[in-house]
Design a protein around this ligand. Sequence first.
Ligand SMILES: Cc1ncc(COP(=O)(O)O)c(C=O)c1O
Length: 386
Amino acid sequence: MRVARRLDLFRGYLGTEMNIRLTKMREEGKDVINLGLGDPDFPPPQHLLETLREAVRDPGHHHYPSFYSNKPLKEAIAGWYQRRFGVELDPESEVIPLLGSSEGLFLIHLCLLDVGDTALIPDPSYPSYEAGAKLAGGHVESVPLLKENGFLPDLEAISGEQARKARMIWVNYPNNPTAAVAGREFYEKLIAWAREHDVVVVHDTPYTEVCFEGYRPSSFFEFAGARDVGVELHSLSKSYNCCGWRTGMLLGNKDVIAGMAKIKSHADRGMFYPMQVVAREALNGPVDFMEERNRIFQERRDVVVEGLRQIGLEVGSPKATFYIWSTVPGGYTSQEFCFKVLDEVSVWMIPGSMYGKYGEGYLRIALTHPVERLAEAMQRLTKFAS
Ligand SMILES: Cc1ncc(COP(=O)(O)O)c(C=O)c1O
């Protein structure tokens, strides 16, 4: 059967393809270490599992969720933003819950782009930005993230013509895949640039709660004028170790929030009510478990950074995210190296080129395994390299 030609414009999600291949290798008896998984291996806090269990048991919680008001969840999101970032948001007009931030980051292109409009998308970046823009009929212009700029977009390098045609720019810090972080100076420049060129900033920030050594990532809305030029996506996935729950949110500019509410009224019927209950409980409840979780991520980070440096790779020690962005050894493309390592020592790392052409020469490792398993992966890499 013929399907729409627009499906040829983008690739399927890499994780899905690789999961099939890695599962097959395991079935053949190989002990594969998958360092590609951006999904914390820790469980969600116990009290949240209990809340969820109770909420699911209530027969009244299984109707279309739109029959319930999601106001209490919106209030919990706004309350969390206030406590965590010192940012005031109006729960009714500046907050919308999402089925994971993925839902919002996909649909937002339908909200912001008319056919042929330009989206400025960082390269390397999370692949769903480009897929979403293309499905909406948008035109993609890449904004390189280069090491010499700390993997931040160089706004001055965006031409007047590109800026004039652009309707939106994606920005994601702490960053996946490079693990870079952004500071006040960058955000202030970005807001001024977006205002000058009338471009909507979409700040994607699911990693603010995975951070080390006292570093605390910011919300976009901590900076003056942000609300006039943009929106922010956030998520419980990485913060509360609950990627499977599909609980996220979009915040900020009222026109965009209203547009997304209209789209979502057709695209889905809102969040399963027990998930709303547990998301509220999470956002209103204790977050001390994050400190110990982050301490463990930091210990893992140090083992992997040290292991990669020992074999001569260039790698920074990130202040946030559970990712390591490393160079690949000379003489290989990212893909050649990662697939050769997979074939020879059964360790899977994601080739940087899968995040865009400026990701060539790099690979991404996720720290989502116990430290012993990561140490084992580093030993296998050392063996491979020797
Ligand atoms: C940069 C970035 N944005 C968004 C998402 C999607 O997160 P969610 O689980 O909230 O859909 C991810 C997931 O890995 C991500 O890395």
